[in-house]
Write a protein that binds this ligand. Structure first.
Ligand SMILES: NC(=O)C1=CN([C@@H]2O[C@H](COP(=O)(O)OP(=O)(O)OC[C@H]3O[C@@H](n4cnc5c(N)ncnc54)[C@H](OP(=O)(O)O)[C@@H]3O)[C@@H](O)[C@H]2O)C=CC1
Ligand SMILES: O=C1O[C@H](COP(=O)(O)O)[C@@H](O)[C@H](O)[C@H]1O
Length: 603
């Protein structure tokens, strides 16, 4: 039976044994403290990694709430390691931030409730490329509720069979379970339907409602609408969906795709219009970078390892870099892109969201509101960007190896005189006690030499370093650097100095390396899978709250206006290059050298 949110498809913060090829039972934590109350949020499920050599037994401590004197009572109960393995995999250790959603999720499987997912704009690029494949992956992993139906909605005329054919072309299977993929795909496609309609037609949405009801078959209905359409028709669709096709006896949620406006004013107007038809808790503003595995891991890395948090401040960190790079241009999306540009497309949302997660104070809990409260504080402590601390660029045509790559303005949907930046670099500052004076550098560009996204944390020089002479003059090369490679080939590595083995004293740069492909055999889920599952479960942690959005726009709106009003000419860089030289000068002003995507690992 399909179960939503079973531990294999969803792991909220829980200490899970690693299913890496090299992982053996004997290597799992051998001293475990379990909470006696699994129903409490983020209860102190503490797992101590104390090894008991040669023992097939672990001590499980039921951790009681603290007594008034602050002492916790703990009773050690020996259990065998198989039991512990099961416990490690069970809900007991899963101190979830989504307790209520889980209760809600389990009710989907008792047979009385249904979930209908309507992809509005089903004929479009995002739906085909990301949404349907993510839904299939969730189905494949048994993560969708028992009674679910998927509807595609768009103006294009299509039959159910045609939608299925279209969708089937984009589906892929998980690498480790290919055997029954075809079967699963057929089962999945049978649950997909299509309804053609206008985005502003109450009548067409009412007809959709009728079809949804037939599929819900008298069960309590929960409805998720994914707005995969251009922003100018968001409000029409929300209005019609909410008044003619929302659930009468369950929840109705709407996932809204970016862009959430183009500046503070248009974003506020969009929020205001959305709130005419929806409550804030029904709106799921998606930023798919928040669903990426390594972005999710950022908080785990920082808050569950003693070694990082004490270093996470201006005292030890010299600068932080957020780098996004694509090795292709705006091919096919020039029409959309020209109205937004790279600053709105990537920096104001994806990179800024990662920055806020990176820099926030420890939240009270992993609850969505607690995390979003901390993120918004970071955003509100930041200085708005200024033209003087930015560089913008646009790619130009370039011929290499007999192939001519187009300029941005060669795109037929882009005006010939467009000044829209396809590259930008900026220095940002957080004026709070933790980060005062630390440059947070962002760089984002299309049509560059490589594809990748990384966070780089460069630490300060070791004061009075005894080995300075051995490093030569370039001390920067010898400082520690933590690299979180978000994509591709996910990895987290720390650059350290060590001695080359031998009788002499020669120093070497090495990496303490968590390379995901080597460590985990399981394929990393696509960001859209995580986010769709969260929306179904009502988990809001990875979606943007309206005050976060306001704060984010306040930082970028003044400089965006200035760029447009002054018609600032971008620095042109060849397609496939490393981007404008200006970005290096900008970094140099803060004594920073940009990290080179992927290069460290190749060394
Ligand atoms: N594609 C991507 O990689 C990403 C997209 N996004 C966002 O997701 C949303 C969807 O993106 P994407 O799929 O690329 O968009 P598309 O341009 O492919 O549009 C989706 C569908 O909307 C309908 N549509 C398009 N233009 C109009 C129009 N002017 N008036 C009415 N209907 C229209 C079309 O369906 P029909 O004609 O059948 O009604 C189309 O198939 C957008 O908000 C985009 O910004 C966000 C991140 C990445
Ligand atoms: O939101 C967007 O993201 C994509 C890049 O996403 P990724 O997951 O493939 O890294 C970008 O190409 C697009 O311009 C932007 O709108």
């Amino acid at each position: 039976m399909a179960t939503i949110c079973s531990t294999h498809c969803r792991s909220y913060p829980s200490l899970q044994p690693v299913s890496s090829p090299s992982s053996k039972l004997g290597h799992v934590p051998q001293h475990v403290t379990l909470s006696s109350s699994a129903s409490k949020r983020f209860l102190a499920a503490k797992v101590s990694l104390k090894s008991q050599s040669d023992s097939n037994e672990v001590a499980v401590h039921t951790h009681q709430p603290q007594q008034s004197d602050g002492a916790a009572t703990a009773a050690a109960v020996p259990v065998d390691i198989d039991t512990t393995q099961k416990l490690l995999n069970s809900e007991l250790l899963s101190f979830t931030s989504a307790e209520e959603s889980r209760a809600e999720a389990s009710s989907y499987n008792n047979g009385n409730e249904s979930v209908s997912i309507t992809v509005v704009g089903a004929s479009g690029d995002l739906a085909k490329k990301k949404i349907f494949p993510a839904l299939f992956a969730l189905y494949y992993e048994d993560c969708l509720p028992k009674h679910f139906t998927i509807f595609g909605y768009a103006r294009s005329k299509m039959t159910d069979a045609e939608l299925r054919t279209m969708v089937s072309k984009t589906l892929t299977c998980r690498i480790d379970k290919r055997e029954n993929c075809g079967e699963k795909m057929d089962e999945f496609l049978k649950r997909c339907f299509y309804h053609s309609g206008q985005y502003d037609s109450q009548e067409n949405f009412a007809a959709l409602d009728k079809k949804l009801k037939e599929h819900e078959n008298g069960k309590a209905s929960n409805r998720l609408f994914y707005l995969s359409i251009p922003p100018n028709i968001f409000i029409d669709a929300v209005k019609c969906a909410s008044s003619s096709a929302s659930s009468g006896n369950g929840w109705t949620r709407v996932i809204v795709e970016k862009p959430f406006g183009r500046d503070s004013e248009s974003s506020a107007a969009l929020t205001k219009s959305l709130k005419q038809y929806l409550r804030e808790d029904q709106i799921f503003r998606i930023d798919h970078y928040l669903g990426k595995e390594l972005v999710e891991n950022l908080s785990v890395l920082r808050f569950s390892n003693l070694i990082f948090e004490p270093l996470w401040s201006r005292q030890y960190i010299r600068n932080v870099q957020f780098i996004f790079s694509e090795d292709f241009g705006t091919e096919g999306r020039g029409g959309y892109f020209d109205n937004y540009g790279i600053i709105r497309d990537i920096m104001q949302n994806h990179l800024l969201q990662i920055l806020a997660l990176f820099a926030m104070e420890t939240p009270v809990s992993l609850d969505a509101e607690d995390i979003r409260n901390e993120k918004v504080k970071v955003l509100r402590s930041m200085r708005p960007l200024e033209l003087g601390t930015m560089v913008i660029g646009q790619y130009k045509s370039h011929t290499k190896g007999g192939v001519t790559y187009p300029a941005y303005t060669d795109d037929k949907t882009v005006p010939k005189d467009s000044l829209t930046p396809t590259f930008a670099a900026a220095a940002l500052f957080i004026d709070n006690a933790r980060w005062d004076g630390v440059p947070f550098l962002m760089k984002a560009g299309k049509a560059l030499h490589k594809k990748g996204a990384e966070i780089r944390v460069q630490f300060r020089h070791v004061p009075g370093n005894l080995y300075n002479r051995t490093f030569g003059t370039d001390l920067d090369r010898a400082t520690n650097e933590l690299v979180i490679r978000v994509q591709p080939d996910e990895a987290i590595y720390l650059k350290i100095n060590n001695k080359v083995p031998g009788l002499g004293m020669k120093l070497d740069r090495s990496h303490l390396n968590l390379h995901y492909a080597a460590r985990y055999s399981k394929e990393i889920p696509d960001a859209y899978e995580r986010l769709l599952l969260d929306a179904i479960e009502g988990e809001r942690r990875l979606f943007i709250r309206s005050d976060e959005l306001d704060a984010a726009w306040s930082l970028f709106t003044p400089v965006l206006k200035e760029l447009e009003e002054k018609r600032v000419v971008p620095e042109y860089y060849p397609y496939g290059s490393r981007g404008p030289v200006g970005a290096h000068y900008l970094a140099a002003r803060y004594n920073v050298r940009w990290g080179d995507l992927g290069i460290d690992m190749d060394q």
